[in-house]
Design a protein. Sequence first.
Length: 502
Amino acid sequence: MSKRAGRAKGKKEPLDQEKEALIEECEKLLEKLVEERLKGGGSFADYEKSMMEIAHEVVRRRLQKKLQTVSDGFADRLAIDHRGDNDWHGLREGTARTYRRHCPGTVSYHSLVGRLTVKRHTYRECHRWGGSTYVPLDLEAGLMERMTPALARSVAIGYAYMPLRRCEELMLANGLVPPSRSTMDRAARDLGAYAVVCNREVEPLLRSNEVLDRRARSIVVGLDRTGVPMRHGEEWRDEPHAGDLRRSRPRPVRKAELGGPVEWRMDYVGTVALVKEDGTLLTTRKYRLGAGRPPDEIVERMMADVRHDLTQSPHLKIAVVQDGAPEMWNVVTNALSEEPLVKTWTETLDWYHLDERLSKCLDLCTTARNRESQRKRWHKQLLEGERGMHHVLRSLQRRARSLDGTAAEEIKTHVGYMQRHLNRTAYATYLREGGPIGSGITEGACKSVVGARAKRSGQRWSKRGLTAALHLRAIHESDRFAGFWPFFAGRYRANVVALGGN
């Protein structure tokens, strides 16, 4: 599509005369209300504030009336159909169930422009002892955790990126009328917990709609771990699962019970990146898995990305770039070896971890005067020579023989590390082929997904809050949120059909 066509597509279609006349009439009424409030005075800031407040109040009343109209329109008996995996309570029956009007009630829902108070009935399943109870209004309107879809989306993104007090401040600064901070916090945790619960069903749907960038030439895979500050005594082994759903919300913990030191747990962070022929990064899919969970869970999701990309372009090169942790290499390479579409791949030890060890060796075996010149020689051998690591190892072994016991043993330890990863140090070949030699993609994901959100000053997390925030953040950081949200929001809806008879 040409740039001109793209610009034309982005333009709004002109309104017809009838719609334009209605908008002008609304403008005049809004102007009249503002003038009456300001009594002909006030600054432009006062004018703007009054205009926003009145417009928001009009929208709030219309939303409330719309929900009330929908609620009043339900019959005494309904059929609620959850086919299409749209039921957040976990039911997946192939046929609709019948429900009868049960209890009336007045409930407050929340929107970006204020509280919406609606009278509605709950409906209980017919002819079944202890049957499920639903609120058809929620399912018909797609309300999410007592919030309108627009507010739910804003809260989900806000919780992924900042403490909700900051989210509340931004909404208020934009002239919106958010619910209380405690309400947003409760809703954000419930949204994130359910996003984790239904991830196994939503993520494949999201992935199936992704089209590979034609410029991609390589897939770079990486896995790492990063520390997270947890509350003292917090059990981390159990994350939200399908049997919990909404009832997984834990008992509130009093501040007096939150004492004790911070306990650091190690989260897994995985990345699957698409790279152009010259090594330029195109896009990165980022994943996070909580401490105490087997790494196979995160690697399984990463391999699904690799499989999907190779299905679209079988000639993509596969590269694994990581630090030297053997358990990380084992779980990733074992998963790649079990993928039928993956024929071969290259393995690269992160250059910066290797260089850090070289620096320690230089401190042990060279003087301050010769340190930089020797460093440059080693770098040239590694980055330009075909057998650079062999030359570096021989140089280190020769220097170790001329040192005393302690320094010699330390150098031998570093040499042993490099020898174990010898087949992962062909940096000159990797650079010539346009591949990365550093695990900056994965290290950056550790910071952007976990560090920037979970390691702020004074933070300590509960397992449920951390899982909710970082799961939503990983989706957004992977540029997947726009595709994820329709699938996720659709699970809060169901087909509600009126039935006749008693």
